[in-house]
Structures are given as C-alpha cells and as structure tokens.
Design a protein around this ligand. Sequence first.
Ligand code: URA
Length: 203
Amino acid sequence: MPMSDVSSPALDNSAALATVRADIGDCTRCPLHTLGRKQIVFGVGNPKAELMFVGEAPGADEDVQGVPFVGQAGQLLTKIIEAIGLSRDDVYIANVIKCRPPGNRNPEPIEVATCEPFLLQQIDIINPKVIVALGTFAAQALLKSTVPISKLRGQVYDFRGTVKLIPTFHPAYLLRNRNNTDLKRDVWEDMKKARAILSVPTD
Ligand code: URA
C-alpha cells in the first residue's frame, strides 16, 4: 500500500490543528492585537493526547516564546504532569485566550467570546478523554459557569458528551499560595481523578 494511503490519526490531527492555526492567522479579531502582544500562542503537545490542559492566557514568557506554560507556572505544570507519570509530550496544552492580555490582566468577556471558538476546535480535533481546566477562567469558560473555581473543583463534569472535565486550581495560584498545603492536596486529588480515567499506571 502506498504511504499516502496509510491513515494516521496523529498526522490527521496535526494537519487539522494546522488548519485552525492558519485560520487564526495574525489575528485582529479582538482588541488584544493592539495591546502589545508579540505573537499568538496557539497550543503545544500531542495532537492525539488523551489528556488536555486548558489555561487562561499567555503570560510574558509565553508571549516571547510562543508556547503555553513555559514560565514559572508552566514549570509547576510540568511537575504536575510528571507526578501522574506523563510528560509534556504526552499531553496537549492550550489556553482559552491565545494572546497575552496587557500586564497579565484578566481576559475581558469579548476576548473570551472571540477566542474560545478556536479552543473548542482544538478540543474537537484532539478529542481528549480528559480536560483539566486550570483556574477560574478556563473552568468557567468551558463549563459556561460563574461559580468560583474553589466551588467548581472537586467534581468531574461531562463536557460535550464524550470528554470528562476536571477543574482545578491554576499553577500560578498555587505559586502565589505556596505555603497552603491544602491547595496542593486538592490539585493532587484532582490529578489522581484524571489519572484514574486515563488508566495511567501508578508505578
Ligand atoms: N498561565 C496561563 O494560564 N497560561 C499560560 O500559558 C501561562 C500562564
């Protein structure tokens, strides 16, 4: 059989993600393109990941490197991923907002509304088993909720029928409250739930 006839879901997914990225282009759909962002931070990782992490928006480091979660919060996220026996290459990481809000301010509703369709396309293509929503913005955007993350977390939600959604605290929030062992324990409990759904070996 010629190679072109061999179907590869990973390649298909990569190509589909590339199409979404091309559609975003050098986006001018919301005000963020006039507010100092250097580049669009699309997403990174395994295009057929079973586990996907969704954060809020790029920070300064991500804006420079064009890759989500590469700053301090990203380093903690990497440790969290490794704690359940996976690596960053196993998972897919994206944000609700693809451009850095100035001064890391909270995203505005118009920015979320404009950018979220691209995240939903990423999710549809990757079709993960589990999404871990990192922090208030990701959890509220995906669950269409205004409930605070402290009340949303602790449960597993059905998302669009096939995906389990697990809200947890944002790694930046853990870093800002690094002496709070309760928060760390809560995130660990949430990650164990994700691991159980994925059946990652525990040793
Ligand atoms: N915080 C986020 O929510 N996303 C990033 O990519 C980095 C920090």
